[in-house]
Design a protein around this ligand. Sequence first.
Ligand code: NAP
Length: 516
Amino acid sequence: MKVLASYVSGAWVEGKGKPQTLVNPANEEPLAHASTEGIDFGAALAFARKKGGAALRAMTYGERGELLRAMSRVIHGNRDPLLDLAMANGGNTRSDAKFDVDGASGTLAFYAELAKELGGRKVLLDGDAVQLARGPRFVGQHILSPRRGVAVHVNAFNFPAWGLGEKAACALLAGMPIVVKPATSTAIVAHRIVELIVEAKILPEGALSLVAGPPGDLLDHLTGEDVLSFTGGGSTAAALRAGAPIVHDSVRVNVEADSLNSAVLGPDADASSDTYNAFLRDVARDMTQKTGQKCTAIRRIFAPRALAEQVAEDLRSRLQDVVVGDPTADKVTMGPVATASQLRDVRAGIERLASEAKRLLGDGPLSPVGAPAGKGYFVPPTLFFIDRPTEAQHVHAHEVFGPVATVMPYDSPSEAVALVRRGGGGLVTSVYADDRAAVAELALGIASAHGRVVVTSAKIADQTPGPGTVLPHSIHGGPGKAGGGEELGGVRGLGFYSQRTAIQGDRAILEAVLAS
Ligand code: NAP
């Protein structure tokens, strides 16, 4: 049995005590053990701050970008074995696994390119110098410089590769060392990526550490210049936010949590249009890609009342073609959910929805292809319909983290906006419309409740990857239930790992000091 060691203080260390067993969710066969008991996390964070932080800060943005490029290449160069690991440990189809692994290498490569523009600087200027007194010499210039702590990255089970890559790209480029803590249940892919990066000797000592297993007292050792970037469930986030260093030492925290993302078909919709087809394509893909275990997946589908039943029928017919089973078996297009506890949560969520919605798909017996009888954490694509969504509760309140969504009619664009906003703050909502007035009312009406709004119209219907894909150029995160966080967004993503300082003084001196 493979044992996942953690990489801390420059060495691979195995935890003691009873380990957690990682399994293949398609057949429940054990794959690896992980334990972190007995690991000195205080020393690990201190090592990262001292060694990794100093080494990264000695480099320019351009030089750090080259580290990201090398990381991207090593991931891409080992793509096939990484995809195999993701299929075994994550229940991913090959296409799901590519989404995760290519997402990691692609995001790192994006930031490597962006670093070229930042070039030989060690400090970033934030805007222009502003005159502060009557004379022209006394000015204020905002700058961004790397925080002198460590960035702890706690990730969810669903994106072990992309979650690592997208957070690592911004932190390392900004000049902060990272401690990566993937979710234990699917940690094999992240563990292998760290092994590859360490074997290739890409990063300076201390710049990258890995906690492979439960977090123990990791977060108790955070200090005021450290940052915590968390992706996971809202209730876990709430507990972490109450941690003593976070409350008393103002450790900077970013949270990416739950989200009841919507897709809204515009009031001008025509069922024979490219826009309508893009809408069906995106909803069906989002419900089933990664078995619906994407933070950006569409959970609520709003259509004009006159078209809602047709939307439900068209979706039902697309989803009926989904083949559920072991992702390594032929023709399977959707694998299991990742863990036994996810299966329990998804089933409970489905029952809650069934108490207020009509089930259109997902009720019958399930015979997963290629899975041993009675084994595996399988859920069928499940589609609900709610005729009076303003009166419903659960659908607007609870994220079901699986291949589950609900079609709901709306009677006016303003009602659609109000219904979407009942999700309490989300990562992304997509609007499918060509009429400009409709786009203005819907997109601008929901914008402040989201980190991202995707407007799909006929002329770009074949160009957009859909709302489920997080592109590094745009921000990822959202207000309220979604955690209130913000990641990526090009150079904006470096802000979390940097301290913004207003330097006030003589323009000539500041210009000389800040020239590089
Ligand atoms: P989770 O149970 O909240 O766990 C997330 C991470 O937190 C795991 O690495 C977990 O480690 C760690 N953790 C748990 N307790 C901790 C503690 N006391 N101290 C430090 N770390 C701790 O979430 P999940 O089941 O992995 O993921 C599902 C949820 O994530 C869904 O609700 C989904 O919406 C959300 N999600 C959001 C985004 C986004 O970008 N907004 C992306 C993906 C997923 P262990 O595994 O070792 O317990």
